[in-house]
Design a protein around this ligand. Structure first.
Ligand code: GLC
Length: 826
């Protein structure tokens, strides 16, 4: 025993020592009592309490409750914002700073009609669409529709425990038998999120596990579907948040945060469509991308040098597989330095890009947030001069390792940094690069326990100087915002395109996204479908995955099936990791490359239809790729269907997603459906077994659809839109239907457009199609009509009988674009 220890033991055993022991005991007891009385209740949480008073705020009400203020603001008759401001002695404001990284800054303000009534034990706030009932003691909030149906209600009072920043808040709501959940963004697992438990914390994920959570993006928004009625909840909290959707308890679901404030938006339906559109109204719409971004794209980590890029370009044209975009991954940079290029690999980048442009290609290149900490590198130097990089509280630079080793990271929460970052793209734009790919922006940092920045890193956050804990989930979105706004300014009236890996709700305003580093296997292929569908329902319509899988390499069967499944997915990009076998569509030779060509060709013919769906998404947030329940909410067979989907309103795609399968069951909802391949009419409201050998993607068209198509080109703008072919699928059982065609020049921002509306009606032996259009775009001169039906007795154009030909089950007609009425009499 060391001498000091012997001495200490001796002194404890003498009288003074014993006194010391007693004194210490008393001291620790009083500390324990202090903890018991002051800290423990806090740690176990505090809840809102009961209503003391309340007041009308002009846009809703505010309730003064025992432990917090509760404000319920009506943004529209269907959208209520609920905020809880925990009472903090001495605090100047009742609530935390009112700034949202998700809600549009230009959100139109509406004066909503509402009434407030105190009714015994509750207070009623009602708009024309929604009743909010607040029980006074304890405070519980319920949302009812105008038929008195309880859409959603608190299971227990809203509560919290103190957190290092704000409070860790909890909201618990009743879960009813048969309730389903959708949304929650980029999550693995099935379409219906009931019974799942997920976390929102943007995370770079590598590879294999098909259950991984969280992934790259955070969308704290879900849709509840209860007895055929839908509502939505957007928990606008950027800290790490947790959702337990009936995973732990069968009678309640819970959402909670690790900081900030309880701030959520309740969105009434009753249609899922309404909820998605209203959520998009809050968080904004995807700008209409340049049309080339709807084309087929090919990527590799990484294509270099120039000869390799040119080989890909020449090969695609020789193989006659339409292709629009070639992507440059990190190796085009000079030693992973963003905004530079490697002069030995690409001695004449502008020259190469202009050769590619001449062949009809566009080029997109990667930019990461990690800036190499290299005093000789202009971006690092400029950033240091501007004090643009994230720091620690003591003022030292935050340094993290990514591809170029030690890196610094721009603070995208600062408007001047956003502007500076945007301006850095000038060099690459001048070299002819057409679009940008923001990757690793969770931010993903190597060799750290958390795979990201230290929690203590400080961000400007509009002067609040908050930590990484609050900013982490929006870092990717704000990098994409800085990129999009910067390049938009530099590109004048040309449309910009940005792809981002990370994001938060609202990302669609700035970028398209893809589902990150998946793996080449059928499990990952299957996983993509519900993930895309839930991203679309979460307001993010422009999505896709690495076709063929990123890690490992796709064999011929998997590559063909992945291409088929992606044939009409909004973003169609094949991508592959370095070190794996090549995965371009031609690598497995024939017949596989012909199978792939068939469906890339289908996409290019259907471009006017696809572009019209993009237009719709850009106007009101309608997902381009939709689960069947989106259009058939009254059909409970669709509630868990997640291996087939709709593109726009009329096209149903049911890809084969299992290895070795040469057919599958397809559910056709009520009505009739045309087999796209054979044009046979199939009765709906049942499942059919569809033979689908490897060359076949099952696609069905809803009766009544008018599907605009164009001549096949090797890139999106190769063939003009002068003559659009309207594929007409006459109504069989329904009486009327509406279809649209949107078109413009596909490249410029403020540009003339044309929007055709086709209304089909069936009465007795007659099918009429009414044409209406608005807009000044005059690129479309005429229509070819291809009507899949038996031979009509007579056809009239605007009342005058016209000639037609009939061949192989289709009627062929040609008409000027200003036709008003086509009648087919059988
Ligand atoms: C990340 C991206 C991947 C890219 C790679 C190299 O893993 O997700 O798509 O190829 O980085 O830049």
């Amino acid at each position: 025993m060391p001498d000091e220890l012997i001495e200490a033991t001796r002194s404890f055993l003498n009288k003074e020592g014993r006194c010391e022991i007693v004194a210490r005991l008393l001291r620790s007891m009083s500390l324990a009592l202090l903890v018991l009385f002051c800290v423990v209740p806090q740690a176990f949480g505090e809840s809102i309490g009961s209503v003391k008073t309340f007041q009308d705020m002009g846009n809703g009400i505010e309730l003064n409750c025992t432990n917090a203020y509760l404000s319920i603001e009506l943004l529209t008759p269907e959208i209520a914002r609920v905020r809880v401001g925990v009472k903090r002695p001495g605090a100047e404001n009742r609530y935390l700073e009112d700034y949202s990284y998700a809600i549009r800054e230009d959100l139109p303000k509406e004066k909503v009609n509402y009434r407030v009534k105190e009714e015994g034990k509750s207070i009623l706030l009602s708009s024309d669409a929604l009743d909010v009932v607040i029980t006074k003691n304890p405070v519980l909030v319920a949302f009812l529709d105008k038929q008195g149906f309880r859409l959603s209600e608190d299971f227990s009072p809203m509560s919290w425990v103190p957190a290092p920043e704000g409070h860790s808040v909890t909201c618990t709501k009743y879960l009813s038998y048969g309730e389903h959940f959708y949304g929650l963004g980029e999550k693995t697992g099935p379409l219906d999120k009931r019974r799942s438990k997920v976390k929102m914390w943007n995370t770079g994920e590598y590879g294999d596990d098909i259950r991984s959570d969280p992934l790259y993006q955070s969308h704290p928004f879900f849709i509840g579907l209860k007895e055929y009625k839908a509502y939505g909840i957007f928990f606008d909290n950027t800290y790490r948040t947790h959702f337990d959707m009936g995973h732990t308890y069968e009678d309640r679901y819970i959402f909670r945060s690790e900081g900030g404030e309880l701030d959520y938006y309740f969105i009434a339906g009753p249609l899922v469509k309404d909820v998605v559109k209203r959520f998009s109204f809050l968080t904004g719409y995807m700008p209409l991308p340049p049309i080339w971004a709807l084309g087929h794209m090919i990527c590799r980590w990484s294509y270099y040098p120039e000869t390799e890029v040119m080989d890909i370009a020449t090969r695609a044209r020789a193989e006659k597989i339409p292709l629009d975009v070639i992507w440059l991954d990190i190796h085009y940079m000079d030693g992973y330095r963003c905004f530079t290029w490697d002069k030995s690999r690409f001695p004449d980048l502008p020259g190469m890009v202009s050769k590619l442009h001449a062949m009809g290609y566009r080029v997109v290149s990667m930019i990461n947030p990690g800036i190499k900490a290299d005093p000789k590198y202009f971006v690092f130097k400029e950033g240091i001069q501007r004090d643009a990089f994230v720091k620690y509280p003591h003022g030292g630079l935050y340094i993290g390792k990514v591809w170029p080793k030690e890196c610094v990271f721009p603070d995208f929460t600062r408007p001047d940094v956003q502007e500076w970052w945007g301006s850095l793209y000038k060099g690459l734009l001048d070299a002819g690069i057409d679009g940008f790919w923001n990757d690793m922006n969770e931010p993903d940092i190597f060799h750290t326990k958390t795979s990201t920045m230290d929690d203590s890193a400080v961000f400007h956050d509009f002067g609040l100087l908050t930590s990484h804990k609050k900013i982490h989930n929006i870092y990717g979105s704000y990098m994409a915002k800085s990129t999009l706004e910067g390049i938009s300014q530099l590109m004048g009236n040309r449309r910009a395109f940005v792809l981002s890996r990370a994001g938060y709700s609202g990302l669609q305003r700035y970028a398209a996204s893809w589902t990150g580093d998946n793996t080449s296997n059928f499990d990952h292929l299957r996983l993509q479908i519900p993930m895309f569908l839930n991203l679309g329902l979460s307001g993010t319509p422009f999505i896709g995955s690495d076709i063929g899988g990123f890690f490992k390499s796709a064999n011929a069967e998997l590559l063909v099936r992945w291409y088929q499944a992606s044939a009409l997915v909004p973003l169609m990009r094949e991508h592959n990791c370095r070190g794996e076998y090549d995965q371009e569509p031609w690598v497995h030779g024939d017949p596989y490359k012909s199978f792939i060509r068939k469906y890339v060709n289908m996409r290019y013919r259907l471009l006017p239809y696809l572009y019209t769906s993009f237009y719709e998404a850009s106007k009101d947030g309608s997902p381009i790729m939709r689960p069947l329940l989106y259009e058939y909410q009254q059909d409970s067979n669709t509630f868990t269907l997640d291996d087939q989907f709709l593109i726009g309103r009329h096209i149903l795609v049911a890809p084969v997603l299992n290895e070795g399968s040469i057919g599958r069951l397809v559910y056709l909802p009520k009505g009739n459906w045309y087999d796209y391949e054979t044009k046979d009419v199939l009765e709906g409201n049942r499942s059919i077994y569809y033979d689908a050998p490897l060359d076949m993607l099952p696609v069905f068209i809803r009766e009544g659809a008018i599907v605009p198509t164009k001549e096949l080109g090797q890139y999106t703008t190769e063939k003009s839109v002068e003559t659009i072919t309207l594929e007409v699928y006459p109504l069989q059982t329904r009486e009327s239907s509406t279809s649209f065609l949107y078109m413009d020049d596909g490249i410029t921002k403020n540009t003339p457009f044309v929007l055709f509306k086709f209304e089909m009606e069936r009465t007795g032996n007659k099918v009429c199609i009414e044409f209406n259009s608005t807009g000044a775009f005059d690129g479309i001169k005429s229509f070819d009509l291809k009507v899949y039906s038996k031979r009509p007795r007579k056809i009239t154009f605007d009342g005058k009988e016209t000639e037609f030909s009939y061949e192989d089950g289709a009627v062929y007609l040609h008409t000027a674009k200003d036709i008003k009425l086509v009648e087919l009499i059988y």
